[in-house]
Each structure stands twice: as C-alpha cells, then as structure tokens.
Design a protein around this ligand. Sequence first.
Ligand code: FMN
Length: 382
Amino acid sequence: MTLSRRKTLVLIGGGAVLAATVAVGYDVTRLPRDAMRPWDMAGQYADPRMRALSWAILAPNPHNLQPWKVDLSVRDQVTLFVDTDRLLPQTDPFSRQIVIGLGCFLEVLRMAALADGLEMTSDLFPEGSDPLRVDARPVAVCRFSPTDAAPDPLFAFVPSRRSLKEPYDTSRPVPADALDRIAAATRHFGMGHATEPGLVQEMRDLSTDAIRIEFATERTLRESVELFRIGHREVNANPDGLEFMGPMFETLRVFGLFTREASLDPEGLVARSADAAFVENMQTAMGHIWQVTPTNTRLDQIRAGMDWVRINLAATELGIGMQPLSQALQEYPEMSELYDEIHRRLAPEGGTVQMWARVGYGPEILATPRWPLEAKIVGGTG
Ligand SMILES: Cc1cc2nc3c(=O)[nH]c(=O)nc-3n(C[C@H](O)[C@H](O)[C@H](O)COP(=O)(O)O)c2cc1C
C-alpha cells in the first residue's frame, strides 16, 4: 500500500513539500529503528525453536498483520495459532488470505530449522478447522528432530525478500524461462504465468479495476485506512499494517495533509494520490503469476502459502520483484464480478485462485516492520 513517492510528490507539489521537509528538519528523516530490529535479531537466539521462529516472523502476510501466535510450553514443540484479533473481516471475510500467510510462516520456520540441522514435521489443524472462519484451535503442531539433510538453498534469501510495491521498469521484460525457474520452486500446486503483452495488458486493466472497487467501497477502504501507520512514531508503536515512512510522508503528516481521516475522503488529495500511484503500479506489470488449488480447504490455503513464500524467495534470487494483487480474489459482493472473471481466466477448469501477482524489475526497497518475536509468544517458553 506504499504510495509511489514520485507520483505523490507530483500531485501534492514537490517544491512545497521539499521546502517543508527542510523546515521541519531532523525528525522527518528518522527511520523506525525498533520496528526494523526483528530483521537484525533473526537467528540471534539460544533456543533453537526461538532461533527458527525469529526467521519465521519475517514471512510475508496480508496487510502485514502478522496474525500468528506461538506456544512453546511443550518441550521441543511449537504450537501455532491464528491471532483472531488480527483479521481482515471486510476484504478477507473467510480469512483465506490470513491462512495463506500462516502457510508462509510455517515454510520459513521449516527452512530455518533445517538450516540449523533440525527436521520439522507439522501436524496441521490437529483439532480440525472451519472453512468459514478461523478460531482458537491450533493451526499446526510442529516437532523438531536432528537431521543431516542439506539446508534449503532458498533460505538464504529470507533477509532480502520483499513484496515490491513500486512501479516496475517497463523497458525490462521478464523472461518466461525465469518464471519457469520460479515455478519449479513450488512443492504443492505449481504456478501459472503470463508475459505475452496483450494478455499482460488485460491483466493490468483487471487489477486496476479491482483496486478501484476496493477504494470505492467505503468499508473495505476503511479497513485498510485503519491500518495506516503514518510516520516513524506510529510505525514504532505498532510495527504492522500499512506503513508510510520517509521524509515525504513525515512532512505531510506534520502539516496535517496525510491523516487517516483525510484518507477516507474519496475526492481528497490522499485518495487521488493513492489512485495515481496504484494505477502506475498496476500498469507497469511486466508479467503476472498465479496459484490455483483444486479445492479450497484450510490445508490447501496453508500449502498455497508454503508455495507462495518459496515463489517469492526464488524470485528474490533472480532479482525479480513481485506484488500480490489480492483485490480481485476477495470474496465480498462488490467484487464478485471481477472474482468470477479472474477465475474464468486463470482457473477455467475450476478451483480457487489463491494468489495472483504482478512481476517485474523494480527499485530496492526497505524491509517492512515486524513485532518482536517475544510479542508473539503465548503460554510460556517450556
Ligand atoms: C495472502 C497475501 C495477500 C497479499 N495481498 C497483497 C495485496 O493485495 N497487495 C499488496 O501490495 N501486498 C499484498 N501482500 C503482501 C503483504 O502486504 C506483505 O507481505 C506485507 O506487507 C509484509 O511485507 P513484506 O512481504 O515485504 O515483508 C499479500 C501477502 C500475502 C501473504
């Protein structure tokens, strides 16, 4: 949800903002150091479970809600729960995306343990699950035992993996064989891709239409706006959600131009800037990728997440950026026409499109904030 800096500057008047940045000085150039510390703490724990978990919390997850909780009270075991206070009821009413994020978490946990000489076995939803809502039952019980197996080569890319939410370089096509290599990293469902310009343009337009529906629907827009963290102080206080950091956003905040309230005005500056930024992002897609599962069980969603983070890591190795385009996949009435359209295209024989993303080459960006691991532990450390 990062607004493209360049576009926002253009719309708001770059000169004025730059002058104001100089005027308010040091404060606006601060980075949210506490919120970024978990990236430095990864691997720095004595307990092997904590060590592996310190990597898992860096996994991608919807709106960076980090909806995981872990119980370590049983020796040599990690029990994973979904944090039911961290859901997206408007845009993700059945928590399908939340569960995909937990699959990403489990796959990074497995890779981190393996890099430490431990094989992880998981019992998924040992007490069952509800397809319509997530609840307090465990998502996974993970156990660890020594192994001589080689580490997963993708693990090396966990620190540099990103969701790249900036415009992509339209002079650099993404080779289809690079996407084949990325698809080969999946272990459960494979990955589809398109780079043919006509098809890519149709998908650019479809993703643009979908984001506009989300913005035009008051309750779905509000769900995102409530997760805005504007400036380093808010990001440090709540290192999750949709963060807006850096001198430009700090300056807009200082001058009262960028607030949550202002963001809800469909004709306002923030809405117009966001629309321009999103259109630029969608329209610079240089290819699209997707994942389809034959059914849509909770296990499918977990495994799609396991595959998704592997896709993201394999792309990182090749220097290819990707941004999920979840809007058209969301299950609420205003989106149903585009939901059907994307399913007709990407899953013509049936099934559920779990992830759809744009790919391309883009700038290097900072990592996103994370809550410290300690904030995610419930029920003791065994
Ligand atoms: C299931 C799922 C859905 C996501 N959907 C979107 C999306 O629609 N748009 C977007 O920009 N990012 C999306 N993301 C990426 C998250 O916003 C991102 O993982 C999170 O902010 C953390 O940032 P990071 O991946 O760079 O560490 C999605 C991620 C997951 C796992």
